[in-house]
Design a protein around this ligand. Structure first.
Ligand code: ADP
Length: 390
């Protein structure tokens, strides 16, 4: 969809902003450009809509060198969102959103109708359209910025640190909203951020840049976490990449144990006989009630007589990732994560060691798959050589 071929940007003052970049961005996906400040992310982004012209190399869009496309025409197909939204302060929200349709010559009524639609799409109430940007919160302004960029329904969106100026809670909301929106819209999005968490949360693919405008690695978030190309990328991705990787493993892949899980009707002797420090007590529909500390159990009676410690969060084997299972383990008094099915019934428990086994298993599966591909490649190579002889 968008292709950089041997692209460099040098400024007259001697700065190399981007150095020999080759990169191909898939249609309908989010590619995040991430890296420390000054590593050439914004320059790269702006070369896509010709706000910056490369010194060398070619940028093409759907196979066409963008130098052959007149800048205004090119930009009609490319929405652009920046930090602080960049809204026109003297125009109402609705008129801000209608900017591009009006530029395209739509009549006022049609442009406003489209703007109202977009306002709803980004989750803002209709009445807000009459306000001015300074009467909106930072997060709301940012949504308006996104709505405005979507005005002419462009296939491509460029977003430069769009959520960086808002507080962390609003930022998380905007990110979630953005992911939801993209599921509906399937735009080809190039997104610049310096925040690796944001990159991992949003990107289908991530391009990590290093100082000097060099591409250090281009990969899926999952592979970036599992196999950083070098020490720079590993450092940038962070020490906790093992934990982050769990977000990409389905909870269903966590190996679970059956016990120690007992019904509330079980006599306390059975809990002691399990020889475990903690027992998870369940009701007759296998829903978890809480944890019993075995050394503190009463002498006799059933587990229903014991005082239980609160469960903490459980994780869903159907809906969650292994990361949710880790939270469940860490916040549980027993340090055991509790996995439940769609009815909330306990399927089993796992500890942090078992959770770490999921990424080890993922690595093993990947190695095996790679070996299969290589072996298949060898066989295919041998086959074609044989065919050539015959
Ligand atoms: P990032 O977006 O990763 O923070 P930029 O792409 O904005 O980085 O900048 C890359 C490098 O190019 C920086 O060193 C920056 O100072 C330099 N740079 C950007 N624009 C200009 C310009 N117009 N003239 C000279 N140097 C520039």
């Amino acid at each position: 969809m968008i292709r950089f071929h041997a692209v460099s940007k040098n400024y007259p003052n001697g700065t190399t902003a981007v150095d020999d970049l080759s990169l191909e961005l898939a249609e309908g996906g989010i590619t995040v450009l991430v890296g420390p400040s000054g590593c050439g992310k914004t320059t790269t982004l702006r070369m896509i809509n010709r706000m910056v012209e490369p010194t060398a190399g070619t940028v093409s869009l759907r196979g066409r060198d963008i130098r052959e496309i007149r800048a205004p025409e090119l930009r009609r197909g490319i929405g652009y969102v920046i930090q602080h939204a960049g809204l026109f302060p003297h125009r109402t929200v609705l008129d801000n959103i209608a900017t591009v349709p009006l530029l395209l010559g739509w009549n006022r009524k049609k442009a406003r109708a489209r703007a109202a639609e977009l306002l709803e799409l980004v989750g803002l109430p209709h009445e807000m359209g009459r306000r001015y940007p300074n009467q909106l919160s930072g997060g709301q302004q940012q949504r308006v910025g996104v709505a405005r960029a979507l005005g002419a329904d462009p296939p491509v969106l460029l977003m430069d640190e769009p959520f960086s100026a808002v507080d962390p809670i609003v930022r998380t909301e905007l990110q979630a909203e953005f992911v939801r929106l993209q599921k509906e819209l399937h735009k080809t999005i190039v997104f610049v951020t310096h925040d690796i968490d944001e990159a991992i949360r949003l990107g289908d693919h991530i391009a990590v840049f290093r100082t000097g405008g060099r591409l250090a690695q281009f990969d899926t978030p999952e592979r970036l976490l599992a196999h950083p190309a070098d020490a720079f990328v590993a450092g940038f991705v962070g020490q906790d990449r093992g934990i982050r990787r769990l977000s990409f493993v389905k909870a269903a892949e966590v190996p679970l144990r059956d016990g120690p899980v007992l019904p509330a009707t079980a006599p306390v002797e059975r809990a002691r006989a399990a020889r475990e420090p903690w027992v998870l007590v369940i009701d007759d529909e296998r829903r978890p009630l809480g944890w019993a500390a075995v050394p503190e159990l009463p002498q006799n009676g059933t587990l229903a007589d014991a005082s239980l410690l609160p469960l903490g969060p459980t994780f869903s084997l159907v809906a969650d990732s292994a990361r949710a299972a880790l939270d469940s383990a860490l916040l549980s008094p027993s340090r055991l994560a509790v996995g439940v099915d769609t009815d909330g019934a306990v399927v089993g428990v796992a500890d942090a060691y078992e959770l770490s086994a999921t990424t080890v298993a993922a690595d093993a599966a990947e190695t095996e798959a790679n070996e299969d591909v290589e072996a298949a490649g060898d066989r295919a190579g041998a086959g074609s050589a044989g065919g050539g002889e015959g």
